[in-house]
Design a protein around this ligand. Sequence first.
Ligand code: PLP
Length: 374
Amino acid sequence: MIYLDNAATTPLDEAVLNKMLPFMRRDFGNPQSQHSAGRVAGNAVISARDKVARLLGCKSEEVYFVSGGTEAGNTALKGVCAARRKGHLIVSAIEHPALIESAKDMQKYGFEVTFLKPDCRGIVSAPSVAASIRPNTIFCAVMHANNEVGTIQPVEEIGKICKAHNVFYYCDCVQTAGVLPFPTAHCNALGISSHKFYGPRGFGAMYIKNGSEITRLISGGMQERGFRGGTLNVAAVAGLAEALERAVKDREQNNKKTAVLRDAFLKRVLTEIEGARLNGDAKLRLPSNANISFEGCAGENILFLLDLNGIAVSTGSACSAGAVSPSHVLTAMGLPPERVNSAVRFSFGKYNTEEEVESVVGVLKTVINRIRKN
Ligand code: PLP
C-alpha cells in the first residue's frame, strides 16, 4: 500500500512501540498503587509528563493526559462553559467536529456561538476574531493548522487579542505537533493527539494554563490531579512522550522531506492533469498537505479507484468521512459545490518516498481519465 493519508493517522514508529511494550508486559502496575509495581508505573508517568512539559514549553502540572484530540477539544470548550455558566463562544467554522459539535451541544444549554468563517484561502483572520468578540465572550477556538487543507492560522495574533479581552483561547494543535513550534505562550490551552506523530492511537495530551477557569468533565479518582478521572494507560503515556520527543527532534528533517515530496507531487499534478486545482493557501500551509479538486470527478470515486490500486488518500477529513455531507471546511471557504465535491486530500509523512510519488502521479492520471470518460 502507498499511504498518503498521514493527516488521518500515522503508522506507529517501531522505536515508540519498543518504549510501550514493557508497560504492557512486565511493568503493568497501576500508577496510583502504593507498592513497588505501582511506583515503577508511576515514575514512568512522572518522567513522561516532565518530558511532554519540556517539549510543550509549560510546567509539568499544566500537562493532562487525555484520550486524544477529540477529548481535548471537548474538555476545553465544555470545561470553560461549565465554569462560566453562560456567555458567548467563538469557534472557527473550519475547526474539527470535536469543537464544532461541542459548541452546538452548548448552544442547547443557552450559550451563544459565533461560527467564524475563514477567507477563501482557508485562513481565519485575527481582525475577524477581534470583531466577533462581545462583552460576554468567554471562549475562542481557532486551530493551529487545519486538518483538511493544512492552512496555518495566525494563532499568535489571535492569542494576543483573546488575552487582551480576557477570553479563554483554545488552540487545537493536533495537526501541528512535531511540525510547527507549539503556541503554548499564546493560548490558555492546547491539545495534541499521539497518533498524528507516529505514536499510539486513542491517546493525547493537553496543556491547560495554571489558574484557568475551567471545570473537569470526567469525575472519578484523583488521577491527573483530580481533573480527569480514570486509570492512566501507562504504555500510551510512555509512547506519546517518546513519539513527541522524536517528532520535535526530527522536525526540520521531516518537514523538509515531506515538503520536497509534496511539492514534486503538486507540481506534476497541477501541470499534467487538466482541471486540477489546489485548495487552500499555497504558502501558509503544512508541508505535508496537498488538497486538490479535480474538475468533473467526484472525490469519492477518485478515492475508491486509488484504493483499488493500493493507494490510500482521503476526501474531506477522515474523521467525518463516514458521513456523506460535503466538507464543512471547503464549504466555509466559499468554494462552489463542484469544487468541494471533487476534492481529495493527499497527506505525506516521514515514511513516503520519491518512488511512491512517481507511482501515484501515474495512477492518478489514469484514474482521472477513466472517471472523465464515463
Ligand atoms: N483535531 C484535529 C485538527 C484533527 O485532525 C483530529 C483528528 O483527525 C482531531 C482533532 C481528533 O483527534 P483524535 O482522533 O485524537 O480524537
